[in-house]
Design a protein around this ligand. Structure first.
Ligand code: FUB
Length: 340
């Protein structure tokens, strides 16, 4: 029998698990997959990449997406069905460009598609569209969610029936421009030693189309209880927040952006603070790393993307999936995707 210290050591020495999955979709470029189980099937809500010809820059202008498709699978490993265009930017009165990573939720038989896009002033806002079918087509509300900003909405339904939206992303995602509570058209970051910018959370109203409260920051702490710092690029929040709950623990996973990893932190409360735990997915081929986690028939699955199908073009990505493995203590095994 091993002592707790020895067990800890062996977990720390664990090697990453190698994964090598095939793209789920090969006739479109797809990214940022948000997966959900609705009516016993797996539905995937990804971004729809295409080559707009816009040069790459730090604001992500090359991600100039203009519609969404929804995909479904009857079960794990089943054929992936493309349900066609679920929402087109021309049908969203307030949105002008860059339909980035979406998510979806269901309540009382209505499906809600949440999506970020830039408005006429080049400011990211988060919109909602509804449908009676999880595959769409969706009808957009005429205005974005009041008090919404930045990118990457992820809606988590808690066991008590409450829904929370996590959102935000720095750099091109503009979170840094809202530090004062108002939009400032300038990219200023706190010093490297200051607390990092944090993802936001807002509980959704009963109607699912508005915030029930002002968005709050979600603190992410190290094991000593200190906020992760701006200069801690290996661990601090960049974009792509996702929350799942396992054994009464909330797992917040997110991308570290310029260090290209998906990492995770845990908490006993959906509002946090969360304590940083480790790396869930090492860098993939392409600059961005973005994922979702869903339970299906008792197993947990990671949906992610890489740029393998386009031969490494960062703005032409493909969604993939693999099983996620947990250790007995609830920690997540690190996955190593192929990078070339
Ligand atoms: O797909 C556009 C953006 O790239 C997403 O919103 C980010 O999370 C990153 O994956």
């Amino acid at each position: 029998q091993s002592s707790p210290e020895e067990k800890q050591d062996s977990l720390e020495e664990q090697q990453p698990l190698k994964i090598d999955s095939e793209p789920l979709v090969t006739d479109n470029y797809t990214a940022d997959p948000s997966a959900h189980v609705f009516n016993g099937k797996i539905y995937i809500y990804p971004s729809h990449d295409y080559d707009s010809g816009i040069p790459e820059d730090d604001e992500g202008s090359h991600f100039d997406m203009k519609d969404y498709h929804v995909y479904s699978m009857d079960s794990i490993g089943a054929k992936v069905v493309d349900h066609g265009v679920a929402l087109d930017i021309k049908d969203v009165p307030w949105a002008k460009r860059q339909m980035w990573a979406p998510d979806a939720a269901e309540k009382d038989g209505t499906y809600y598609l949440y999506f970020p896009a830039k408005n006429k002033d080049n400011i990211f806002k988060i919109g909602v569209a509804t449908s009676k079918n999880p595959a769409g087509p969706f009808t957009a509300l005429p205005k974005p969610i009041e008090n919404s900003f930045s990118i990457d909405p992820a809606v988590f339904q808690d066991s008590d029936g409450q829904y929370y939206m996590y959102f935000g992303g720095i750099w091109g995602g503009q979170l840094q421009r809202w530090s004062s509570g108002k939009y400032v058209n300038e990219d200023k970051y706190p010093a490297d030693t200051a607390a990092a910018l944090q993802p936001k959370i807002a509980r959704l109203s009963e109607d699912m189309t508005s915030f029930a409260e002002a968005p709050r920051s979600v603190r992410i702490l190290d094991k000593e209880g200190n906020d992760l710092k701006v200069g801690d690029n290996e661990r601090r929040f960049f974009e792509a927040a996702w929350v799942h709950k396992m054994n009464d623990k909330y797992y917040l996973s997110y991308s570290t952006g310029d260090t290209h990893k998906i990492v995770y932190a845990t908490s006993d409360n959906p509002y946090g603070p969360f304590t940083f735990q480790g790396v869930l997915l090492n860098p993939v081929l392409g600059w961005t790393n973005h994922h979702s986690i869903v339970k299906y028939n008792g197993k947990w699955y990671l949906f992610y993307h890489d740029s393998s199908l386009s031969g490494g073009k960062t703005y032409l990505r493909s969604i993939k999936m693999t099983e996620l493995r947990f250790n007995e203590d609830g920690s997540i095994r690190t996955l190593d995707a192929m990078t070339e």
